[in-house]
Write a protein of this length. Structure first.
Length: 101
């Protein structure tokens, strides 16, 4: 964990959907889509860890939203800490929140 890293700090500015010892999943403050954040300050998780993180993100998105998503893990703004966004599969559309049951 790095004190200067926004993702390590994990401040709760937006809605959080999931957290465990490996990651947390919340709405991205910048782009308002769900994102998964690995709790380790490293931009390169091992392939099996990355697969687990993406699978968790997909499960959370399926539970809370409708529609297809694409996983975007291009580390643009915070290049030193692995995270991935669930963006709408069709550019220019938004994710639709499921109605509570």
């Amino acid at each position: 964990m790095r004190a200067e890293c926004e993702l390590c700090a994990a401040a709760r500015f937006t809605e959080w959907y999931h957290e465990d010892e490996q990651c947390w999943i919340a709405e991205c403050e910048s782009c308002s889509v769900p994102m998964v954040v690995w709790r380790v300050h490293d931009p390169h998780p091992p392939p099996e860890v990355k697969a687990e993180l993406v699978a968790k993100l997909r499960r959370i998105v399926a539970r809370h939203f409708e529609g297809e998503v694409r996983i975007d893990d291009n580390l643009r703004t915070i290049p030193g800490h692995y995270h991935a966004h669930a963006r709408p599969a069709v550019w220019g559309t938004g994710l639709v929140r499921r109605r509570p049951e």
